[in-house]
Design a protein around this ligand. Structure first.
Ligand code: HEM
Length: 126
């Protein structure tokens, strides 16, 4: 684990969330390129999860780590991704996405709070 892993983790989720909004707007407008943006978003999910696990592994080797909080941080991160995927698929199918958006907002706030609070990297709330 290095600071670069954190940089990559943050770059991947910032880019992923921006492209997620782009893809969801394009699906709503029935833009035929929406699927392509969606595929890039899915690739970014993989980068986010891999860098997330690398950060987790590196951090777990320290005995003073608050393990429970990191466990919750990871689950919340995965929850954000699940909500994003659910919103995109359901928008494409023309189904209601309210439940997905509520989950997305809650999970994102939890992940942001925990990610920034936890000891590695910058931590404005710690
Ligand atoms: C879209 C989803 C995600 C968002 C928005 C997100 C956000 C963040 C943020 C803001 C940080 C803090 C970076 C820093 O302190 O410099 C972070 C760190 C971290 N993330 Fe994520 N993350 C996401 C997904 C994941 C996933 C899926 C995993 C695990 C598989 C994960 C595991 C971690 C770990 C272990 C850290 C290090 C915690 C620390 O700051 O000490 N994240 N993430």
């Amino acid at each position: 684990m290095t600071d670069h892993t954190t940089d990559l983790h943050i770059t991947a989720w910032v880019l992923g969330i921006i492209l997620f909004f782009v893809a969801s707007a394009m699906y709503r407008n029935r833009n035929s390129k929406a699927k392509m943006i969606h595929m890039i978003v899915r690739l970014l999910y993989i980068v986010i999860v891999i860098t997330g696990f690398l950060l987790y592994q590196g951090i777990m080797s320290s005995p003073t780590t608050p393990h429970m909080q990191y466990g919750i941080k990871m689950l919340a991160g995965i929850w954000v991704i699940v909500a994003m995927e659910m919103i995109l698929v359901r928008t494409n199918k023309g189904k209601s996405t309210n439940a997905g958006w509520i989950q997305f907002v809650i999970a994102f706030l939890v992940v942001l709070y925990l990610g920034l609070r936890l000891p590695f990297g910058f931590h404005p709330f710690a």
